[in-house]
Design a protein. Structure first.
Ligand code: SME
Length: 174
């Protein structure tokens, strides 16, 4: 009996939290709790050679602020809702898959090499838009149903856990 006393007791809620955390890691092995947005862009950038620029914008009021990204630096670190493909996605509350950016009249050029762009919104558990994943490709029409599903899955995981990292202050200031 003396030995048993040396073990800390776990409450039912501790056990539930631990089991939830294990299930989450199994569902999204790329997710790093200490650095969720960075871990998401790393995971996506490594997922396809066609993903030439991968970044996450965080919505702050009516401005999208660039957080972690992989790819060439961009001057578009702050984008107003309604501007460009990124801001239009928020204004319409809809993901945007642009097969050829040359055909879009509301496109903010990041790189002259970019041909197609995918923007997937991130919603927190209340359904509010909190940010977005933006991916550019040098390949025309790079984003098919498989790529959309992959990116939406990552956006869903980030959204479900948004409260865990919303306080980390990801935005870059320009
Ligand atoms: N092309 C985006 C701007 C962001 S860059 O692609 C990184 C847009 O039109 O909103």
């Amino acid at each position: 009996m003396a030995i048993l006393k040396d073990f800390p007791t776990l409450s039912a809620s501790d056990v539930m939290a631990e089991s939830r955390s294990l299930r989450r890691s199994a569902a999204a092995p790329w997710y790093r709790h200490a650095d969720p947005l960075q871990s998401a862009v790393e995971h996506l950038a490594a997922s396809s050679p066609r993903f030439n620029w991968v970044g996450i914008y965080v919505l702050n009021g009516d401005v999208l602020e660039l957080g972690p990204f992989i790819g060439a630096p961009t001057e578009h670190t702050r984008i107003a809702v309604g501007r460009g493909v990124c801001g239009t996605a928020v204004a319409r509350n809809a993901d945007m898959n642009v097969p050829d950016v040359h055909d879009s009249d509301n496109y903010l050029a990041c790189s002259l090499e970019t041909r197609s762009e995918l923007v997937v919104l991130i919603h927190d558990p209340s359904g509010a838009t909190v940010g977005q994943i933006d991916i550019d490709s040098h390949t025309r029409a790079a984003f098919g149903p498989q790529e959309e599903a992959l990116v939406r899955d990552v956006a869903r995981v980030l959204g479900e856990r948004w409260a865990d990292h919303a306080s980390q202050g990801t935005a870059l200031t320009s």
